[in-house]
Design a protein around this ligand. Structure first.
Ligand SMILES: Cc1cc2nc3c(=O)[nH]c(=O)nc-3n(C[C@H](O)[C@H](O)[C@H](O)COP(=O)(O)O)c2cc1C
Length: 406
């Protein structure tokens, strides 16, 4: 063992292997596997969580040998890799003297709405009915589907209004992937005038100042919870020197909250246009979307929508970067989110400096919630008179459902 790889003790209560069945693989074999899985992906620290996902997605868990191999490949201390992997609930670390988890995991949401809808009884029924060697049943925090409680996630498939019968059927047919959703594609969005505002901005027909005035008059405020006036955030970030970054917070994890998923699953391009206008306003070098890992279907459709934008030449390939969270509620807080984007445990930073001054990679960063930017093209298209509450739109007044836009 190198100086980089301290002995990691097994946390109390973890499974031990049966006698003679040690899970340890040789370090060379683990490095081979990790190299095969990561191919020529860069070894930048900010990609650590993405790399951990890639390994776990293929193998089903993270052994210490894999973590050591990743540390070696990325030239990072093992302590840093282990600290990050063990911070996030979705990473299953298997110690050298433990058995890997069962091949199939069912996560039962134990948030308030699901508890009220019988999640505990469902979890107990599953534990009694299913063979633990084949299917692992665990509790998990809010999955953002409170309208369809109780919810379970079978591998990557969220089963709504779940019952033992529904789950048995899904297991039998191996329905492990996210359900398809019917989202509005680029052509349909453009047919209703979508991306015209972005084009006008880029062509110089609309100024940043004019948009800021529009947002101020509309009363657009942060819909991630804090309600900070959006135009003021643009001003603060624009006042800082380039390069700057734009980050979209799609980590909604507050129990009872699923508004961002609602918009993303239906109108991803309206959201992307709002995000790109925000990026344009601060002349961002890149646009990051930090998406909670509980939304694998949204992840797929956003990749497809971004590919449409790249093919249409609306953005440069690679300009929009999606990053997966890994099951940590605290990463919804913007400075913790930025730590996570940098490949670290999501621990909030001390302030000042604020992220508008020193955010991602220590550069000025505009962080906005999904729904905040979603409204920008709509406010423009509908004009202030088209808004709820006579043009006053604040974080409290603007609950999504009464104002659903067809
Ligand atoms: C504990 C905690 C959790 C948060 N979770 C979220 C979240 O899930 N989504 C979000 O957009 N903002 C969340 N926020 C607020 C963000 O820190 C930040 O204010 C917001 O993303 C800024 O975007 P906005 O101005 O568009 O609202 C959270 C804040 C705290 C303190």
């Amino acid at each position: 063992m190198s100086q980089n790889t301290p002995e990691i003790s097994r946390p109390a209560g973890r499974r031990k292997t049966r006698a003679g069945q040690r899970g340890r693989m040789t370090q060379a074999a683990a490095l081979d596997t990790v190299n095969q899985l990561l191919g020529d992906s860069p070894n930048r620290r900010d990609l650590l969580i993405e790399h951990l996902h890639r390994i776990q997605d293929h193998i089903g868990y993270l052994s210490l040998a894999h973590l050591r191999a990743l540390a070696e490949r990325m030239n990072l201390p093992m302590a840093a890799v282990y600290e990050t992997a063990s911070f996030y609930a979705h990473f299953d670390i298997v110690h050298d003297d433990e058995l890997p988890p069962a091949a199939v995991t069912i996560r039962v949401c134990d948030s308030l709405a699901c508890q009220l809808a019988g999640a505990e009884a469902l979890s107990q029924a599953l534990q009694q009915q299913l063979d633990p060697a084949a299917v692992r049943v665990v509790h998990a925090p809010c999955m953002g589907r409170c309208d369809a409680a109780p919810v379970v996630e079978l591998v990557h498939n969220h089963i709504e209004q779940a019952s033992p019968e529904k789950i048995a059927h899904a297991l039998a047919v191996q329905a492990f992937e996210p359900a398809e959703v019917d989202w509005q594609p680029l052509a349909a969005y453009q047919a209703e005038g979508g991306y015209q505002l972005l084009a006008d901005c880029r062509a110089g027909h609309r100024s940043v100042e004019a948009l800021m005035t529009m947002m101020e008059q509309a009363g657009l405020r942060g819909l991630g919870g804090a309600g900070f006036p959006t135009y003021k955030k643009w001003q603060f970030v624009r006042a800082e020197p380039a390069p700057r970054y734009c980050v979209i917070n799609a980590d909604e994890g507050e129990p009872g909250t699923f508004k961002d998923r609602y918009y993303l699953e239906r109108h991803p391009h309206r959201f992307l246009e709002g995000a790109l206008i925000s990026s344009w306003a601060i002349e961002a070098s890149a646009l990051y979307i930090y998406l909670r890992d509980e939304y694998p279907g949204v992840n797929q459709l956003l990749h497809a929508a971004i590919a449409e934008l790249e093919q249409a030449g609306i953005i440069e390939p690679g300009y929009i970067i999606i990053r997966r969270g890994a099951g940590a509620y605290i990463c919804g807080e913007e400075s913790a989110l930025i730590e996570s984007l940098e490949g670290k445990p999501g621990k909030p930073r001390h302030r000042p400096p604020f992220v508008a001054q020193k955010g991602l990679f220590d550069r000025p960063t505009l962080v906005n919630n999904v729904e905040t930017v979603y409204w920008i093209p709509l406010i423009y298209a509908k004009g202030l008179s088209g808004l709820p509450h006579k043009g006053v739109m604040d974080a409290k007044a603007c609950a999504p459902f009464p104002y659903r836009v067809a």
